[in-house]
Design a protein around this ligand. Structure first.
Ligand code: FES
Ligand code: FE2
Length: 535
């Protein structure tokens, strides 16, 4: 089930570049590019995840000096709209002060420091502190100090709100608290060049759902920065997701992963083909574990019947706790997938997070050589991409004909240092962001941000609702707007508290990263150490 040695530090599975050779369209040069990090051991001290001192160093040396995505223009569409961006124990107030003018300020009243605005708001005509009513114009210039006579030592000309440098990528608003920071364009580098056909300018923000997780922000982010965990954490995806045979690249301040779709995981190599599930007379979720062949089936009482191919069976809770039967062990993640909180009724059930919603049947011929297999897969991929093109044509227009199969089938996610994960997906896309939660190193905020193409006819997109939080113990399915991906997020989030608790127990006091599959993590920690070691 698990690839052990291949002779290089690459999976023996079919590679992205092999598949690109058979694309039915011209594949853009940026997808043919490879920019691997040099191999080399990477160890991360566990204090990076647990220590309040380290957390403080990150606040001082990283978050106070780095470009970071604060909000989207759609969060503040009208003059006077304002958005407090929170990072750790810091808050910055982003304000639309003119039709095309946005400014950001440290969110602190210059009198005694109250947050000027503690929540998102609309169309205010001034920035007035709620404590003693000091007041600024939207552009941060001082408007009024009540009882100004009592501050005879202050020069009102010095009392404008200090501005924070601001940059924009498309319609995303970035800030950098460091007034001497490098220009934003230098920081973001060539990342925008990876989005030429549907640039970020042409996408709007649909919604943001956030949740506090019981894990350091890097523990949570790392879980989304590699796809290697898929065979273990998301076994339901293996038939059409290239996990360790993805491609991983790193550039100055961003990295990229590219998992080919419509490509079985190399972990399935040599694993018995169990064939399709027998039909049943109910529509409760069922799934076969690709490795053991056990069938997981949701019962009416919410528990799960699990039956091995040899007939041994047991009943388990959605948390994989044994209830009864001869079978003693169950796969936690498949239990969560089949059971646990269900998708909202409004969410169509899709089994796999592929853009086309199609699945490769496991029954692939076994007598093909590698080249013939690549060609066979190319056929699946072309068919899948053709279906996706027709689904997306009404959304993005004729430009869809220029989009390659590999972009439409693949899972292509970037990490823009330090904490934003854009995807170049062409339809409704989910971006992730991870933030420290106050000064607690053992918690973070995970933001799930939905981005979609602007209406083709030039009309305004639907207004973006205010960001919302779901409870720390709630399932992501509590946010039906996320769709079927919420069940996948539950599988991912389920690992995080246990990683956070586990790293405290590591006798070596360090975690160790894979050379290639954890390229994005290695790239991240290298950049983080650059910031932490700067004077
Ligand atoms: S703290 Fe804002 S006016 Fe006093
Ligand atoms: Fe995952």
């Amino acid at each position: 089930m698990v690839e052990r040695t291949t002779g290089t530090n690459r999976s023996a599975g079919i590679s992205v570049q092999e598949l690109i050779e058979h694309d039915s369209k011209e594949v853009p040069v940026y997808l043919r590019q490879e920019s691997p990090m040099p191999p080399g051991p990477t160890f991360v001290p566990t204090e990076y995840y647990t220590s309040p001192d380290h957390h403080g160093r990150e606040m001082d040396k990283l978050w106070s000096r780095v470009w970071q995505m604060a909000c989207h223009e759609d969060d503040i569409p009208d003059v006077g709209d304002h958005y407090p961006y929170e990072i750790g124990n810091r808050s910055y107030l982003v304000v639309r002060c003119g039709p095309d003018e946005i400014k950001a300020f440290p969110n602190a009243c210059l009198h005694r420091g109250r947050l000027i605005k503690e929540k998102q708001g609309k169309r205010t005509h001034e920035l007035r502190c709620a404590f003693h009513a000091w007041c600024w114009n939207l552009d941060g210039t001082l408007k009024e100090i009540p009882c100004e006579w009592d501050f005879p030592y202050l020069d009102p000309a010095d009392q404008d709100l200090p501005e924070v440098p601001l940059g924009r990528w498309g319609r995303f608003v970035f800030i950098n608290p460091d007034p001497d920071c490098e220009p934003f364009e230098d920081f973001i580098g060539e990342l925008p060049d990876h989005f030429p056909l549907l640039p970020i300018e042409k996408r709007y923000k649909r919604f943001q759902v956030s949740k506090v997780l019981a894990a350091n922000w890097k523990v949570a982010q790392d879980a989304f920065a590699e796809s290697w965990h898929v065979f273990s954490t998301h076994p339901q995806m293996l038939s059409c997701f290239g996990d360790p045979n993805g491609q991983f690249d790193a550039w100055e301040n961003f990295s990229r992963q590219h998992n080919p779709g419509f490509t079985p995981s190399p972990h399935l190599e040599g694993v018995r083909d169990w064939g399709p599930l027998e039909p049943v007379d109910h529509d409760r979720p069922r799934e076969r574990h690709p490795f053991s062949g056990a069938v997981y089936e949701l019962r009416v009482d919410g528990n799960i019947d699990i039956t091995m191919p040899n007939g041994r069976a047991g009943v388990f809770t959605p948390e994989a706790v044994w209830v009864e039967g001869k079978l003693g062990h169950a796969d936690l993640h498949l239990c969560k997938w089949v059971g646990g909180p269900a998708l909202h009724d409004s969410v169509p059930e899709i089994k796999l997070p592929q853009s086309s919603g199609q699945v490769i049947e496991r029954t692939l011929p076994t007598d093909l050589d590698r080249a013939a297999m690549v060609e066979l897969l190319a056929g699946f991929r072309a068919d899948g991409a053709a279906a996706t093109r027709e689904r997306l044509r009404p959304l993005i227009g004729e430009v869809i004909d220029e989009v390659s199969d590999t972009e439409l089938n693949g899972n292509i996610y970037f990490n823009l240092f330090p904490n934003l994960m854009p995807t170049s997906s062409f339809g409704d896309a989910i971006w992730f962001r991870f933030r420290p939660n106050g000064m607690n190193p053992e918690e973070c905020i995970m933001d799930v941000i939905s981005i979609a193409p602007l209406p083709l006819d030039g009309s305004a997109p639907p207004p973006t609702p205010p960001d919302r939080f779901i409870g720390p113990d709630e399932s992501w399915t509590a946010a039906p707007e996320i769709g079927f991906l919420s069940k996948v997020l539950d599988q991912d989030s389920g690992n995080m508290p246990f990683v956070q608790r586990g790293v405290h127990n590591l006798a070596s006091r360090q975690v160790q990263l894979a050379d290639y599959n954890e390229t994005k993590l290695r790239h991240f920690y290298q950049r983080l150490d650059d910031f932490l070691s700067a004077p």
